[in-house]
Design a protein around this ligand. Sequence first.
Ligand code: AP5
Length: 209
Amino acid sequence: MTARRIVLLGPPGSGKGTQAVRLAAWLGVPHISTGDLLRSEVQNRTKLGLQAQSFMDRGELVPDQLVAEMIRQRIKGATGFVLDGFPRNIKQAEILETVTTVDRVLHFQLDREEIIRRLSARRVCPQCGAVYNLISSLPQQDSLCDKCKIGLVQRSDDTPEVIQRRIDVQYAREIGPMLEFYRKRNVLREIDAQGDIESVYQAAQRALE
Ligand code: AP5
């Protein structure tokens, strides 16, 4: 049976968001991205958004309790989801386990050089959040979102210094214990994320069977 409660782990820029959109459509389950949820809170200037913004701007994790409540409300009772960006540390993995069971965890592996190359070329639609890339996923019309037809922008945390911090502080420091946590539960699968979008997608689909 194909897994339906899925967690994607991986460094920034490893393609979690790109693959989450495809996998969620394939499985007919919601794509839940903590990054997207937080950016929407920031844009709407909510209390949570105002608290989260400075952490995001610095490339640091937003405090666990702020993110945990947001995610609890989204997944409580859900029979399927593709969770992109949560958990980010062992505390969050433990919180998730109190809310739901996870069928499969995919860990995307990508080297630092390629992370920086992909994130420096990433452009997003400020309206619908669609993700493009100046090297690998160009829009049909120069710098315009295919759907909304408005100008694409660069994410404010996609600067070289903030990318380095996101890799070091959020990912490298936290990933080891999380992999161990999910390996023990026999749900972890490693995915080589160096290939093109289609070949990574096929590898992810195989890992869910
Ligand atoms: P978030 O938005 O989750 O950022 P991230 O984890 O750093 O991940 P990214 O969105 O940068 O990368 P991705 O892996 O989704 O790659 P993508 O598919 O876009 O979080 C933002 C911030 O929110 C965090 O820094 C933190 O402050 C906070 N936050 C979020 N969750 C939190 C939590 N749980 N706890 C605390 N704080 C939290 O791909 C990247 C680019 O590459 C794109 O241009 C894409 O088109 C391209 N691409 C994708 N795949 C390929 C491929 N195979 N080949 C070539 N190009 C590709």
